[in-house]
Write a protein that binds this ligand. Structure first.
Ligand SMILES: N[C@@H](CCC(=O)N[C@@H](CS)C(=O)NCC(=O)O)C(=O)O
Length: 272
């Protein structure tokens, strides 16, 4: 079966061959006639999305049979990836493997969660995983569409979280409450106290960034919100950071908006 298609002013050819195979049907698709490699490659994402949708349509397990998120649901970064998939309306399987386990190491040599695979394609590092999800699947674009300033601002907030805020808020604070390492099984006050000024400053900056809007960048949900929301969930659960949120109404407002989204409920981890 062949079909001519006009892309812009260029005519291209889509050929689909269906053959019997192992009791099923093998589909081979060839899209040819592009004027150059860049135009050809720009069709990759669209076709990926079409075939993922086709797989969902034909197979009860759908993309959950090929898309896997590896990691613990309580991890903020794992939740960021899951939020992105939920926002896109893409089905996936969560494989609850701990950091540094053999299985995780086979997908990420550094042993951190999350890792992600789409069939034979593997990724680690949350920002990279989100980039793939955003481009390959349909649904809302998680990168701001309003111009270069908004896009760079989105990257700025993600980088702030990855390079500084996760470290102060989660590694040097939340995790010391969750897995106390001080005397008599108590949280180590010195470590917590040292993190507090950094958390205050980061929250001040983010409070100002929200400016009373629903989202960190402009008026649409972006990846930046998906990185920050799972962290705010934890900040609300421990005394000093909960008090800091009390005096930051913009962050609380934006978090209430996130909490109301179906993606948030669908990824809520079970916390003791
Ligand atoms: N830069 C990584 C960070 C991932 C990360 O730190 N994940 C935490 C859980 S939220 C983890 O694996 N911790 C275990 C460890 O650091 O050994 C990313 O963006 O995915």
């Amino acid at each position: 079966m062949g079909r001519q298609r006009t892309t812009g002013r260029v005519r291209t050819l889509i050929e689909i061959t269906l053959t019997d195979k192992d009791g099923g049907t093998h589909l081979h698709m060839r899209h040819s006639g592009f004027p150059d490699a860049a135009t050809r490659d720009s069709h990759d994402n669209g076709w990926q999305s079409v075939f993922n949708n086709l797989s969902d349509y034909l197979d009860a397990e759908g993309s959950a049979g090929t898309l896997t998120v590896y990691g613990d649901a309580r991890s903020t970064y794992v939740r960021t990836v899951r939020l992105a998939l939920e926002e896109k309306g893409v089905r996936y399987t969560l494989k609850p493997v701990p950091p540094h386990s053999d299985e995780l190491l086979s997908h990420n040599p550094f042993g951190r969660i999350p890792a992600f695979s789409d069939g034979p394609i593997d990724f680690y590092e949350t920002r990279a995983i989100l980039s793939y999800i955003n481009e390959v699947f349909g649904g809302p674009n998680l990168i701001p569409q309003t111009g270069p300033t908004a896009r760079a601002r989105c990257e700025q907030w993600i980088s702030l979280i990855n390079c500084h805020a996760y470290d102060a808020m989660v590694r040097r604070y939340v995790l010391h409450y969750v897995f106390p390492k001080g005397k008599d099984g108590q949280p180590d006050r010195a470590v917590i106290d040292a993190a507090l000024p950094d958390i205050e400053k980061q929250l001040d900056v983010l409070e100002q960034a929200y400016g009373g809007r629903d989202f960190l960048v402009g008026n649409a949900l972006s990846m930046a919100d998906l990185f920050f929301a799972p962290i705010v969930e934890y900040l609300g659960r421990f005394p000093e950071s909960a008090a800091m949120l009390e005096t930051r109404p913009n962050i609380r407002h934006a978090h209430a908006i996130m909490r109301a989204r179906p993606s948030y409920a669908a990824t809520q981890p079970e916390l003791g």
